[in-house]
Design a protein around this ligand. Structure first.
Ligand SMILES: C[S@@+](CC[C@H](N)C(=O)[O-])C[C@H]1O[C@@H](n2cnc3c(N)ncnc32)[C@H](O)[C@@H]1O
Length: 325
């Protein structure tokens, strides 16, 4: 059992509405269902890490799995999973374990491990570490993971939000120049991409190690007008099983991430992106080479915004120390 914490009806509402949204995510659910149908064979043993409502544990049992272990760290969800399994007539084959999968011990007996712990930024829900542990401790030799890979894709995009005040009550360029260093989640329907997307990096979950930094990602795009580019949209592309993929560009509960850039020169040209997606040193560097000879290079990182604000904080702290004397 996971370490007990105070649970409240408000938490239950939050948890239920989160999982209700996931259960209503048709694109996601169809893709995961297709992947499990391709992977789970009658008689298999299946481990579902981060089982949530229990949807994939129940699907695996209905596909003929002999035994399914549903691991979920949120204790509020244990009865939810048990009820769903009973309702689907597979209560006798789905065992619910309330625990943090990073500390769990189980026999190395599973033919399939499924884990929908893919975050909006791909790796922010810890899928690399969870699947690494699953591979090393739970998956029998020859067993498979769902998903098997997680990749990032990107495309230049029109300004998502020009960062202007509406109505423009005060000048706010100093603020806008800071927010050009802040990645943000965007409403997919409001995102307008300006060139075909490119894969930035791909992590094979059958080999990835959580201690390894993500490699620096590079991509080049052809754009019709640099001035029309407000930033780069980045989203996730999951390889769930052979020939079963799921992208989070639109139509799912995930949202793409928008990386703003400084204004680029007018006219057609080539845009190069270099992206460090490691959270602690996230940075995106863009270069634009206009067909007419214009050039622009820009570096963006939340650390730069911090670099602008931090000296003022230091001055403020020194000032208040002087004031107290
Ligand atoms: C995005 S939800 C997916 C739920 C369900 N599998 C689905 O696809 O609808 C991820 C779930 O994983 C659980 N989770 C995240 N990290 C976990 C961990 N280390 N151990 C156990 N459960 C975890 C969360 O509590 C959450 O319920």
């Amino acid at each position: 059992m996971a370490k007990s914490k105070k649970l409240s009806p408000a938490q239950l509402l939050g948890t239920l509405s989160f999982h209700q949204a996931l259960l209503a995510d048709t694109r996601r659910n169809r893709a995961f269902h297709r992947a499990l149908a391709a992977r789970v064979r009658p008689g298999h043993t299946v481990l579902d890490i981060g089982a949530g409502s229990g949807i994939w544990a129940v699907v695996a049992a209905r596909l003929g799995a002999r035994r399914v272990v549903a691991v979920e760290r949120d204790p509020l969800l244990q009865p939810v999973i048990e009820n769903l399994a009973r309702e689907n007539g597979v209560g006798d084959r789905v065992e619910v374990v309330c625990a943090d999968a990073r500390r769990l011990e189980l026999p190395r007996e599973f033919d399939v491990v499924v884990s929908e712990t893919v975050g909006v930024e791909a790796f922010d829900e810890g899928i690399i570490a969870l699947m690494e542990r699953a591979r090393e401790r739970f998956l029998r030799p020859g067993g498979v993971l769902v998903p098997e890979s997680v990749a990032l894709r990107a495309a230049p995009a029109a300004p998502f939000d020009p960062g202007r005040l509406s109505p423009p009550l005060v000048a706010a360029e100093s603020f806008a120049s800071l927010t050009r260093h802040v990645p943000r989640g965007v409403i997919p329907e409001r995102l307008r991409t300006l060139a075909p997307s490119r894969q930035l990096l791909r992590v094979d979950l059958h080999t990835a190690r959580s201690g390894d930094p993500l490699p620096l990602a590079r991509a080049r795009f052809r754009v019709a007008d640099g001035r029309g580019v407000g930033g780069l949209a980045v989203w996730v592309d999951m390889g769930l099983a052979p020939k079963v993929a799921l992208q989070t560009r639109h139509g799912t509960t995930w949202t793409p991430t928008f990386l703003p850039v400084d204004p680029l020169p007018r006219g057609p040209g080539r845009l190069s992106l270099e992206l460090d997606w490691n959270v602690a040193r996230r940075r995106w560097h863009v270069e634009f080479e206009g067909d007419g000879g214009s050039r622009h290079a820009g570096d963006h990182s939340p650390l730069f915004a911090w670099g602008v604000v931090r000296p003022a904080l230091r001055r403020g702290a020194a000032g208040s120390r002087r004031g107290r004397r």
